[in-house]
Structure formats: C-alpha cells, structure tokens
Design a protein around this ligand. Structure first.
Ligand code: FO1
Length: 311
C-alpha cells in the first residue's frame, strides 16, 4: 500500500468545502475519503446518498456552490412532473442530479455494492480521489422528536431542524461493517483529517461503525480534527442541537470532548482562541486559524495549514 495518502472523514457541505481546499493544494489522488451514509434515503424508488453526492459533485467541480449540494445550472422539470403522482414535496431533486440516482439504483439492482457504485460514479465524473462510503450496509439516522420519529433528511429539510430532539438512532448500525480495507487505510495513512462536519450525525455515525473508533484511537498521534463550531454556533445544520442532546457543551471544547480519545491535534477558529488552554488540558495540541471557508483562497489556506502541521 502506498504510504503517503491522507485519510479524510467527511459529512456533507462543510466537509466538501475543506476537501475542495485539499484537492487544490495536493494531488486529489492522494485522498481517501470515508463518507457518512446515515443520511442516505430512498425516494421515488431511487437510492439517494446526499453526502456522497455532495463530495462527488464538489470534486468534479459541478456542485452548486451557493446551495452546497446538487448540480450548478440545474432545472427541476422532472420533479414538477413527479409531483403529479406523489404527495411528497420537501426533497428537491434536479434533472441532472436524477441521472446519478437512476444510475446508482440501476447498479444496486445489478448487485454492485455501495462502495463499488460510489467509485464507478466518481470515475465517470473524472475524480481521482478514492471515495468510500462508511459502510456497504444500510444505516439510517432516525430522529425522534416531540411528535414523531423521522428520517434525518426530513428533520433537516422538511422541518428545518426545528423540532425538539428526544433521541437519535442509527438504524441498522448493528449489522454494519466498515468497507473492506478501510481499517488498514486508517492505520497506514500519512495523517487522518476529520472535516468540520456535524460531530454527532456525520462524523459520529462513521465512528459507530465497528472497528473505526478503536483503530483511530491506536493512531491518534496522526489524527487532526477541525471544529465545526465557531463561537458556540454551527456554521450550517443542527450540530449545536444534537450536541446539546448528547449533553455536550456547544463549543469547540464540547467537540474536543467528543473526539478526545481519537485525536491529538485540533484546529479551532481564531474567534475561539481564548478556549485553547481548556482543550490543551485534554492533552490535545490545539491551533487557532481562520476556519470559515468563505472563498476558494480560505479553503486552500486551511487545507495547507492542516497538511503542513507538524505532528
Ligand atoms: N438540502 C436541502 O436543504 N434541501 C433539499 O431539497 C436537498 C436536496 C438534495 C438532493 C440531493 C442531494 O444529494 C442533497 C440534497 N440536499 C438538500 C442536501 C443534503 O440533504 C444535506 O445537506 C445533507 O444531508 C446534510 O449533510
């Protein structure tokens, strides 16, 4: 196995920004990216893998940068027609995006695994990075709210993360295994980078796949995480609500607590630099940086900083 690749743990939109930066400062072929699949959902009979698609479209340079998901220059004509037949209205699938889901579903029916399909789609889109779903098995993040149980995507999109969270379950996790080779990829990576994604339902889901957290613990000297929380708030999504549900402090300190057994290096935002001594007490080397990736340059800067960090 070549030994100078970087292993990345990724969710969706936040991860994609960081990965775009990485792909602009090192050869993208050096990236092995393990992607959360807890958000995967079947709609209209089609297999949709939101986080895999966001990373794929970003690396292919075709993502809609403003939304952070789906294709740029997208149209929604097929969706309009689908709405004649279905009551269901809250998930937006663009015409170009639909082609990905049709191809993926066709390959599933032909017996290919999620890992094989993910690589086939990536290769067809000209991506040289190795994209790996966290598992081939079906795992679904289910949120119990005051009123009902729902899929994470429904909580996130239909209800805009508003309902009170009573429970978070990873349905199917008991049968899930890491994709073949992944534990070895973690062991032999040059360094492991944890993206600024939701620690509970993006990175946390990956960490619950048997063997992954334990393997990371054994190589924690080379694991670097970036905080998705700045000044006690998430940049996007419900990470703050979910951290509160787990009893974690909603700050970079809370994120450090959640990762303390698997990381030795942690990048927090300049605005949180006053909290650095508290995190250092957890025996985590802590660095302050401008982590808000608002431009191509900012994405490259944090990627460069992470790659060049002395560990
Ligand atoms: N996010 C939205 O906020 N609204 C949507 O309608 C939506 C549709 C969608 C379709 C395909 C896809 O790959 C992603 C999509 N996303 C949408 C983004 C995505 O669901 C979330 O950002 C992630 O699941 C959170 O990680």
């Amino acid at each position: 196995m070549d030994d100078n690749y970087y292993l990345v743990l990724a969710g969706g939109v936040g991860a994609a920004k960081f990965i775009e930066g990485l792909a602009n400062v090192i050869d993208p072929a050096l990236l092995k990216i393990i992607i959360n699949t807890g958000d995967d959902i079947e709609l209209y009979g089609l297999q949709i893998c939101p986080d895999i698609d966001i990373i794929t479209y970003t690396l292919a340079g075709i993502v809609d940068k403003e939304r952070g998901w789906g294709f740029q220059d997208e149209s929604f004509n097929c969706l309009k027609s689908l709405k004649q037949f279905y009551d269901f209205k809250w998930f937006n699938l663009g015409d170009k995006d639909l082609a990905t889901h049709i191809y993926r579903t066709d390959l599933f029916k032909k017996g290919f695994s999620k890992a094989e399909i993910t690589m086939k789609i990536a290769e067809k889109m000209g991506i040289t990075s190795h994209l790996i779903p966290m598992t081939n098995e079906s795992v679904q993040t289910i949120i119990t709210t005051d009123s009902e149980e729902m899929h994470f995507e429904e909580f996130f999109i239909r209800y805009n993360c508003r309902p009170r969270i009573l429970d978070i379950k990873f349905q199917g996790i008991d049968k899930a295994k890491p994709v073949k080779g992944v534990l070895d990829y973690i062991k032999h990576a040059e360094r492991v980078l944890i993206c600024p994604s939701n620690p509970v339902v993006s990175i946390g889901t990956i960490l619950t796949i048997p063997g992954i957290r334990k393997t990371l613990k054994n190589i924690k000297q080379k694991v670097i995480a970036i905080s998705p929380i700045i000044e006690g708030a998430t940049v996007k999504g419900p990470a703050d609500k979910m951290m509160k549900h787990l009893g974690l402090e909603v700050s970079c300190v809370g994120v450090a607590h959640y990762y303390r057994d698997i990381i030795s290096h942690f990048i927090i935002d300049n605005k949180d630099c006053a909290l650095k001594p508290i995190i250092k007490e957890m025996d985590i080397n802590t660095y302050c940086f401008d982590t808000l990736m608002v431009s191509k340059e900012k994405k490259k800067e944090i990627a460069k900083f992470t790659i060049n960090l002395e560990i």
